[in-house]
Design a protein. Structure first.
Length: 252
């Protein structure tokens, strides 16, 4: 049996209430779920796009179940996010029938936003803590972000080549949160020939887990901090990576 660990994510909310550097409490629910990099329940050997085919959803079909305690408006928001992934790829999302053996069990419990990474060949949970629409776990980009984890992707800044694009500013990271900034080996993750992507919906914000309001991920490219951590939509490279991973004919 696969032993699962947990990972998490980052958020921006960088506006300090006090002008002086102050301890900053991470409020992004992608980050506070307390998993390995905030929001991922993962096997220890996986990272940006899992290489192993065993983590791919078979036949490009992703089964899901949206729990009945999720109200209509939130259900719609989830379905819109899934549809955005569907129209950008060759994947199809299907509601799990009673006898479906493997599916993403979409819940809305306390504890932030988190998910298992990659296909697990069993029921795998994806939690979106209840928030008003377009906030917290119910931002469109966050729902897509979590689903991209479930499809087999890790955070952009964990990629093997990230040190060429960003500096992890350890001096600004909250004590004990350094593990959220690990990078992964090329043998395990694949960039699918796409260049490092500051605008990926899977990139942390520059201020994730900051203890002093300063950036924890400092981009080498000037201005890139403006797009890092966006949670509106998949970037073109996110779409390309997804299509290459799932052997879809489509490319942006
Ligand atoms: C989904 O997961 C929750 C939390 O683990 C569990 O209580 C529920 O029974 C699951 N539902 C389905 C249909 O798998």
């Amino acid at each position: 049996m696969r032993q699962c660990l947990i990972i998490s994510l980052i958020l921006l909310l960088s506006n300090d209430i006090c002008a002086a550097p102050a301890a900053r409490t991470e409020v992004d629910p992608e980050l506070t779920a307390g998993y390995r990099e905030g929001d991922m329940i993962i096997s220890p050997v996986q990272r940006n796009g899992l290489r192993a085919d065993s983590y791919r959803w078979p036949d490009q079909i992703v089964y899901y179940y949206i729990n009945s305690n999720i109200d209509r408006a939130h259900r719609e928001q989830i379905l819109i996010a899934l549809n955005k992934i569907e129209v950008s790829s060759c994947l199809s999302f299907r509601e799990a029938s009673k006898d479906q053996k493997y599916y993403v069990n979409i819940t809305s419990e306390p504890g932030g936003c988190f998910t298992a990474v990659g296909f697990q060949n069993r029921v795998q949970q994806m939690n979106l803590q209840y928030y008003p629409l377009d906030e917290g776990c119910f931002r469109m980009g966050t729902i897509m972000h979590e689903m991209l984890h479930a499809l087999g992707f890790y955070h952009q800044q964990s990629s093997a080549d990230r040190d060429k694009y960003v500096r992890i500013a350890v001096e600004n990271i909250q004590e004990g949160k350094e593990h959220n900034f690990e990078k992964f080996d090329d043998i395990i993750v694949d960039n699918f020939d796409q260049e490092y992507d500051y605008g990926s919906v899977l990139h942390y914000s520059p201020y994730g887990f900051s203890k002093n309001g300063e950036m924890t991920i400092v981009p080498f490219k000037a201005g890139a901090e403006q797009i890092m951590g966006q949670r509106q939509q998949m970037s073109d490279r996110d779409i390309n990576k997804l299509n290459i991973m799932y052997k879809c004919p489509r490319q942006v």
